[in-house]
Design a protein. Structure first.
Length: 104
């Protein structure tokens, strides 16, 4: 896959992630859309392969951070937030144990 195709794929992936992470929040959806588009437009004329790879690494890291770390919160009361985690963020919260526990 050529470098231009990889850049386009990252652009699309960032927008898909934005739509999932900020679903039901029009203000955040629009702000993220504008920021993604601005970043890609500002670096559109970059020709250095090393710089392009560096920018793609940053974009990939941002996508991973959004997908794995952002949880929506909804104001329900004066000082109350209701967290709305996506299903892919809900992990089983059981610590790993090398040795099974013995039943007595």
């Amino acid at each position: 896959m050529g470098q231009a195709a990889k850049v386009l794929q990252l652009f699309r992936t960032l927008h898909r992630t934005r739509q999932q992470v900020f679903k039901n929040d029009p203000r955040a959806l629009e702000a993220a859309r504008i920021k993604i588009n601005e970043e890609f437009k500002s670096n559109k004329s970059e020709t250095s392969p090393k710089k392009i790879e560096e920018l793609m690494k940053i974009g990939s890291d941002v996508e991973l951070l959004l997908r794995t770390s952002v949880i929506q919160g909804i104001h329900t009361d004066h000082n109350t937030l209701k967290l709305v985690p996506r299903k892919d963020l809900l992990l089983e919260n059981v610590p790993y144990c090398d040795t099974p526990t013995q039943k007595l």
